[in-house]
Design a binder for this molecule. Structure first.
Ligand code: MN
Length: 203
């Protein structure tokens, strides 16, 4: 099968108390796995089944209409979650550093402003979706997307995304999405986000 569920880079309970073990198990083993399985099923036997994720999501209009919604939702889900697990760490938290910190200060004002903007985007997203920090080719931008839509679909590079689907937080935070978003920053893996920023801005 072309797409595979990646292992978590830490134990299921490693992000406690911010993200509880039960949420991590069902989120990774059931939700993410379903996106992988459904993406593979939708693309099986087509000319796109062995293409890299970014090529397909970056040109979603070329996918036949009969499978486009399934690919958009499930390959988007696979891509978003693969990035999400790597964006968190048991040693996470704190503030960004290096070139990324300078870029955030220049274009957004400060880390506090970034956090505020991303949290607000996540709180205001009606239903399910993601709140993002992206590189748009010329600078940083903050916005949210519905469902499993990826910034790759609009040719942006996702640097950091927070999952605001209820499945990401409901067991521990119930209806309190703002409390989940506030706590989430305790596990953000800044060195990984800084690495993505360097990769996006050098070539
Ligand atoms: Mn999710």
């Amino acid at each position: 099968m072309p797409f595979e569920l990646p292992d978590l880079p830490y134990a299921y309970d490693a992000l406690e108390p911010t993200i509880d073990e039960a949420t991590m198990r069902v989120h990774h083993d059931a939700h993410h796995k379903a996106y992988v399985d459904n993406a593979n099923a939708a693309l099986a036997g087509t000319e796109w089944e062995n293409r890299p994720v970014f090529e397909i999501l970056g040109d979603i209009e070329i996918i036949p209409e009969t499978i486009r919604a399934a690919v958009r939702n499930n390959l988007g889900g696979h891509s978003n979650h693969s990035l999400f697990w790597m964006s968190m760490s048991p040693d996470g938290g704190g503030a960004p550093g290096g070139d990324l910190a300078a870029a955030i200060n220049d274009s957004i004002g400060s880390f506090d402003e970034l956090k505020k903007a991303m949290n607000e985007g996540g709180v205001k997203r009606f239903g399910s979706g993601w709140t993002w920090l992206v590189w748009d080719g010329t600078g940083l931008a903050v916005y949210s997307t519905p469902n499993q839509d990826s910034p790759i679909m609009q040719s942006d590079v996702p640097l950091l995304g927070i999952d605001v689907w209820e499945h990401a937080y409901y067991l521990k935070y119930q209806n309190k999405r703002p409390a989940y978003l506030e706590a989430w920053w305790n596990v953000v893996d800044w060195p990984e986000v800084e690495r993505r920023y360097a990769e996006a801005t050098t070539d």
